[in-house]
Ligand binder design. Structure first.
Ligand code: PPS
Length: 314
């Protein structure tokens, strides 16, 4: 729906730059003042993650949990229309800009405008921002936040494929150099290590944060749905939770045009596919033995003081 009106010709591969100590691209910083001034509502649910950690999967689960499996919007609206990405700014066609009342100077649609157009209650809002960049309104309103984290090896492999297809990110060079970029934290949205650790530490001071692991979702989706229902105080029947578990299976989401982003114009689909594999342990098909050793050694150093534990195989 929304994506049809994006002006693909104006999407050009950006450069990465240092933004307050985090590597970013302009598509996620152009609207910075308005992002920081964003007004959250107390019942907003923020779905946060490092890129390629299962945010879309979590968004769909929450959409079904909050609005029901047979709601009208399930038959008519793509997930990406219902769950705005807070920090994004993308070029849109003139008719969309006119319809928005010519907000802003360029022909763009921002995640903030999009979020303000969402009329559901609660609103589900997606972000990949590191915790220190989250607009203060979310903390002030004590919004519920779900953070999804994925083991770094699969995260790296998924990002490598994604960056080849997404026009909003710089083109990755070869696998070898991309591998080292990840270790150095030279990724869009910054270092994986900082992202997952800083969000993890936030749990100590902010109780409305539910931290979920992608690997747990793969291992036992139903159990994670139970935990989400408790966190969100959603009284679903066991049967409804079973139905939702089936509906959010990778194979279902891959075939579902409302969840597989098959219409998003910011992708070069000759390079990869959005619903790629959805597996734990795919990294073994890419890491050499030497790379795995280098990765593990570096990981130990970076994460030695963290209580975070990841599983890179099931
Ligand atoms: S994005 O573009 O940063 O928002 O990507 P994100 O949605 O966070 O993560 C994409 C990866 O999640 C996988 N995925 C799933 N895995 C298992 N089950 C389900 N239902 C599911 N839905 C999405 C998706 O395939 C990407 O991982 P890879 O490893 O590339 O397949």
């Amino acid at each position: 729906m929304m994506w049809k009106r994006i002006n693909q010709e104006q999407i050009t591969r950006p450069e990465m730059f240092d933004f307050h100590g985090v590597n970013m691209v302009h598509y996620y910083t152009d609207n910075w003042e308005n992002i920081q001034k964003f007004q959250a509502k107390p019942d907003d649910i923020l779905i946060a993650s490092y890129p390629k950690s299962g945010n879309t999967w979590m968004s769909y689960i929450l959409d079904l949990l909050c609005f029901g499996i047979s709601s009208e919007s399930q038959q008519s609206l793509p997930l990406s229309s219902k769950v705005p990405t807070l920090e994004i700014t993308i070029p849109v066609t003139k008719s969309v800009q006119n319809a928005l009342g010519a907000v802003g100077s360029g022909l763009t649609l921002t995640g903030v405008q999009h979020a303000n157009m969402v009329s559901t209650s609660p609103r589900l809002i997606k972000t990949h921002l590191p915790v220190q960049f989250i607009p203060k309104t979310f903390w002030e309103q004590n919004c519920k936040i779900v953070y999804v984290a994925r083991n770094p090896k699969d995260n790296l492999v998924s990002s490598f494929h994604f960056d080849q297809m997404i026009l909003l990110h710089p083109v990755p060079k070869d696998w070898r150099s991309y591998f080292h970029r990840f270790l150095q934290g030279k990724m869009v949205f910054g270092s994986w290590y900082d992202h997952v650790s800083n969000w993890w530490n936030k749990k100590e001071t902010y109780s409305n944060l539910h931290y979920v692991f992608y690997e747990d979702m793969v291992k036992d989706t139903r159990l994670e749905i139970d935990k989400l229902c408790s966190f969100l105080n959603l009284p679903h029947s066991s049967e409804e939770k079973d139905r939702i578990t089936a509906k959010v299976h990778f194979d279902e989401m891959k075939e579902n045009p409302f969840t597989n982003l098959s219409r998003f114009p910011g992708f070069d689909r000759t390079k990869s596919t959005f619903m790629r594999k959805g597996k734990v342990g795919d990294w073994k098909n890419y890491f050499t033995v030497a790379q795995n050793e280098e990765f593990d050694e570096d990981y130990k150093k970076k994460m030695e003081n963290s209580t975070l534990r990841f599983y890179s195989e099931l």
